[in-house]
Design a protein around this ligand. Structure first.
Ligand code: GLA
Length: 703
């Protein structure tokens, strides 16, 4: 409920928290953000010393250049007279003002209410509306801004906030989720006591370099920030000498200068912020939020099929018979969806060619429509891989339409994985991509699409638009394509992928309710990748597959049980050549899938928290519990068998008794409280072959 006090104070209570504003000054000020305040608290007490008038000393919702604030500004406009000074002042606020979206930016669904602050720069004739939106039964707050050029000359936006938050603190522990290919979302902790820290991407995607999610900790608790945007993003955290911490999040100002013609507008992507005293609660709030307000409501609670993907099993080396053989065993062991990965189109036998030519490689597939039918006749759903944003030099498309490529005239384009990107800012290209997708979906009647994206931007150029507008225009057109196609093919399940998980963000999840987390399927690495991902994203959002051992990438060995246990911490699939299973392996996999199906609801939609011990002592894993916390599973992983330590299990109460029983080991124990002794557990593993990671799965019931 949004409540106004004394005309100048606004208080909003979310599930556990309070956000309070003061609007009596030059700009609205956040005077409180944290645990819920007492009902009768006098908000004037929170305002602080009003005689301190320096703009950089107030906790305003916007910061701008032109007075005495020299910290990172949240807005930077190049005015029509080529100056950068702005002077936005508070005009008014509105409750439940309709947010105008003239773009294809995805926005969170089912908001409960909002408050919009209207600011105006009279001299430059620009209006800025900053929206704070709230949701039922959630602590997440959405923030973004809408700018309108009311003047009669064009202006340029160099920076526009999604979010600015000012907090009083002299220190933050900052957790960012960084990495690269095959090592996505590795958690890093930095301490900032003063100075400026940024978390940003510049490669045209939300990136595996730095995920947009940032977590801050101070003496009050945890603050989480995420951005619903798949292109260059930036979050900065700056603490000044007076312990004012400024957090800004939004589109990266790197190579960004966006022209706004007279009477035109610009909407910034939504940022989300949350405060919680407990970091696991913060993660669960984000998990629920994604299911309730980001993903297509159809998938909110839909059980996801167990898939078999041929990529790691065959790479490009397959033919019709090989695929049918794989799919037949997939069916036999209980998988529900077969996914035909890269290599089915053009003349693609390696990664040198054919991207852009989304036409059946008949010699290999025996006819993609026929192959799809044969797979469906086996009783499986059919899924297919595509990388629609790309083009190979060796393709018909490149011969006919070289101008469809993102490249700079008179400059040899940089190739990554032997490929270039399509210029999606070009309408004709956008339609071409849409028609290719339609064609594949119509021909194969596929039930599932794996949408890949295997390189980053380099030769940013459009004959029509400035390179400064390119990244944003590209992503808007990509969203339009995703929106159109997911609406036209409502019954198709889309899975996002980007050379593994390099575009794992809320905007992609808006269209595609699951994303392949990483090309690294080695359970030892995966447990860390999944732990990092789980801070901000739900387990059902992250594709997790059992692959062959030794692992193709790390060459390490793992038991089938360990590979399965780790994959149960995400959206389960298998990615190997199952025709190579021994009789025994086939039986194990059959049992795994049967077991997963029996407990799918719990694994996919239970409350899941990963163990942060993995960052301390390499003991990883997760707990998943039903809503009432009465039953669930615990998976523990450890690089050695003997661990004479006990670990504290999140979500369990220190006061309750739990019955633990081994799923894959002989083990039965009642524990009092939330600590488990690992010595017993790992010593009960029967298969003590020389593995690089051991794991156990335990069933838990309240005793
Ligand atoms: C990317 C994906 C993989 C696979 C290959 C195919 O690397 O992440 O899962 O689809 O492309 O080329």
């Amino acid at each position: 409920m949004i409540k106004i006090f004394d005309n100048n104070y606004i208080r909003i209570d979310t599930k556990n928290n309070t956000l309070a504003f003061y609007i009596g000054g030059e700009l609205p000020e956040i005077i409180y953000f944290g645990s819920k305040l007492k009902k009768k608290i006098d908000l004037t007490q929170l305002l602080g010393n009003t005689t301190i008038t320096g703009v950089d000393m107030r906790d305003y919702i916007l910061s701008q250049y032109g007075k005495e604030d020299f910290k990172e500004p949240s807005i930077k406009i190049k005015n029509s007279n080529k100056t950068f000074v702005s002077n936005f002042k508070y005009i008014d606020f509105k409750i439940n003002k309709k947010l105008i979206n003239n773009t294809s930016l995805p926005l969170s669904r089912n908001k409960k209410e909002n408050i919009c602050f209207i600011l105006k720069d009279d001299i430059n004739n620009i209006t800025l509306e900053i929206y704070y939106s709230f949701f039922d039964n959630s602590d997440i707050i959405s923030i973004n801004s809408h700018l309108v050029n009311d003047g009669n000359k064009s202006i340029f936006i160099n920076k526009i906030p999604s979010l600015q938050l000012e907090l009083k603190t002299d220190q933050f522990n900052i957790y960012t989720f960084d990495g690269g290919w095959a090592q996505e979302r590795m958690r890093h902790e930095s301490i900032i006591k003063g100075g400026l820290f940024t978390n940003e991407s510049r490669n045209g995607s939300s990136s595996n370099d730095h995920n947009p999610f940032v977590l801050l900790k101070n003496k009050f608790g945890y603050y989480g920030f995420n951005l619903m945007y798949s292109s260059n993003h930036k979050t900065s955290i700056e603490i000044d000498a007076f312990s004012h911490a400024r957090i800004i999040s939004g589109i990266n100002d790197f190579m960004f200068e966006y022209k706004i013609k007279p009477h035109k507008d610009f909407l910034s992507p939504e940022a989300f912020m949350i405060f919680e005293k407990n970091q696991d609660t913060l993660s669960l709030e984000f998990h629920n939020f994604i299911q309730n307000h980001i993903v297509n409501p159809k998938y909110k609670h839909l059980l996801r099929p167990i898939l078999m993907n041929n990529w790691e099993g065959t790479n490009f080396d397959f033919n019709e018979q090989k695929i049918i053989d794989i799919a037949s065993v997939a069916k036999e062991v209980g998988a529900e969806l077969f996914v035909l990965d890269d290599g089915w189109f053009g003349h693609r036998d390696n990664d040198n060619s054919s991207l852009g030519d989304w036409i059946d490689y008949k010699k290999k597939t025996g006819g993609i429509d026929i192959l799809a039918d044969k797979i469906k006749d086996l009783g499986l759903l059919f899924g297919i891989w595509i990388e629609p944003e790309m083009i190979s030099e060796d393709s018909n498309l490149y011969q006919i339409h070289p101008e469809y490529t993102m490249k700079i005239p008179n400059r040899t384009p940089y190739l990554h994985r032997n490929q270039m990107m399509l210029d999606l800012t070009n309408k004709e290209v956008k339609n071409y991509v849409l028609n290719c997708l339609r064609n594949i979906l119509n021909t194969t009647k596929a039930n599932y699409i794996k949408w890949d994206y295997n390189r980053n931007f380099s030769d940013v150029y459009s004959p029509k638009y400035s390179a400064n507008e390119y990244f944003h225009r590209y992503i808007l057109n990509l969203y339009e394509i995703m929106d159109t196609i997911t609406k036209e093919y409502k019954n198709v399940l889309f899975e996002g992928c980007a050379a593994g998980g390099s575009r794992f963000d809320l905007a992609i999840l808006y269209y595609m309710p699951q994303i392949w987390a990483s090309d690294n399927t080695d359970p030892y690495d995966r447990i860390k990748i999944q732990t990092g991902t789980s801070y901000a994203y739900h387990q059902v959002n992250m594709g997790a597959h059992v692959s062959a051992s030794p692992n193709w990438f790390t060459k390490r060995n793992f038991s089938l049980q360990t590979r399965f246990n780790v994959a149960c911490g995400g959206n389960l699939g298998y990615e190997l050549d199952p025709t190579k299973f021994t009789k025994k392996e086939k039986e194990i996999v059959k049992k795994q899938i049967e077991f997963y199906k029996q407990n799918r609801e719990l694994f996919q939609y239970g409350e899941m928290i990963y163990f942060k011990d993995v960052y301390k002592n390499d003991i990883g894993g997760f707990i998943v519990l039903n809503k009432k916390h009465q039953e669930g599973f615990i998976v523990l992983t450890s690089p050695s068998l003997i661990n004479n330590i006990s670990i504290k299990i999140p979500l369990l109460s220190s006061k309750k008794k739990y019955h633990l029983s081994g799923v894959d080991i002989k083990y039965d124990e009642i524990i009092h409280g939330n600590k488990i002794d690992l010595y017993n557990l790992f010593n009960n593993i029967e298969d003590k072959a020389n593995y690089d990671l051991y794991s156990v799965m335990i069933k838990l019931n309240i005793a």
